[in-house]
Ligand binder design. Structure first.
Ligand code: SF4
Ligand code: SF4
Length: 225
């Protein structure tokens, strides 16, 4: 999330950028682990008002310094120093003051990385009841498709997402996340491999079983880098 007003937007559609440029950039950012997303959020503050716990690493010292201690608590299951920031009784981040992030320059890396376009791109739905503002923005995003290749990128990404959702039982428990953000991230990580596997099978006029595709995905995910 950028949490800055970057310009005009209509009520029903918001330009999300070029699809393949976005996808390949997001993929590279996930691979490098550098994170950071330049989202054209405009006036939206959806993710600051969606009852989300914000994870903060111990290395984010300046961020931690800016947040009152009482708002932070240990992140369950993680070593000492990893913390979460909660939200108020309206589901709003306590650092959102007068509709602006009061620690924008020092906001957590989690906030810098959050990009709700992953839901539009993968076709994963956002819960309208619990996160209505994010759900609204996800419906509004409109990607530009640079060429036929970018339409194919979108088709494969959605197919890979759907494969993961439908074949959870072929993966060890927990390896296909229920959390929508983590599921979308996994789909982006594996869509190229998925594309290679399914197109090779098409070319050979062979049929690759779902179990074989799941095995290949698991093997690739277990390899370093
Ligand atoms: S919901 Fe999306 S558009 Fe809105 S602030 Fe968050 S990342 Fe930006
Ligand atoms: S820290 Fe700032 S950007 Fe992050 S959720 Fe809170 S208000 Fe939004």
């Amino acid at each position: 999330m950028s949490n800055r007003n970057n310009g005009s937007e209509s009520a029903s559609s918001v330009p999300a950028g070029n699809f393949s440029a976005w996808l390949h950039g997001t993929e590279a950012s996930l691979r490098s682990g550098n994170g950071g997303a330049d989202v054209p959020c405009g006036a939206c503050r959806g993710c600051c008002r969606s009852s989300m716990f914000i994870y903060i690493k111990p290395e984010e010292r300046q961020t931690i310094r800016r947040i009152p201690r009482a708002l932070l608590f240990p992140a369950p299951g993680l070593p000492k120093g990893h913390v979460l920031m909660g939200y108020d009784d309206k589901g709003q981040c306590p650092m959102l003051i007068d509709n602006q992030c009061s620690i924008y320059e020092d906001r957590p890396q989690t906030c810098r990385d959050y990009d709700c376009r992953i839901f539009s791109a993968t076709g994963i739905s956002v819960d309208q009841q619990t996160q209505p503002e994010i759900a609204q923005r996800v419906q509004e995003w409109v990607f530009n498709f640079e060429n036929e290749g970018s339409r194919e990128d979108e088709r494969v990404l959605k197919e890979a997402t759907s494969f993961l959702e439908k074949n959870r039982e072929l993966f060890p428990p927990g390896s296909v996340p229920n959390n929508p953000v983590q599921l979308a991230v996994l789909a982006i990580r594996i869509y190229r491999l998925f594309s290679g596997l399914t197109s090779q099978a098409r070319q050979d006029a062979s049929s690759l079983s779902d179990a074989a595709i799941a095995d290949a995905i698991l093997t690739a995910l277990s390899e370093p880098g």
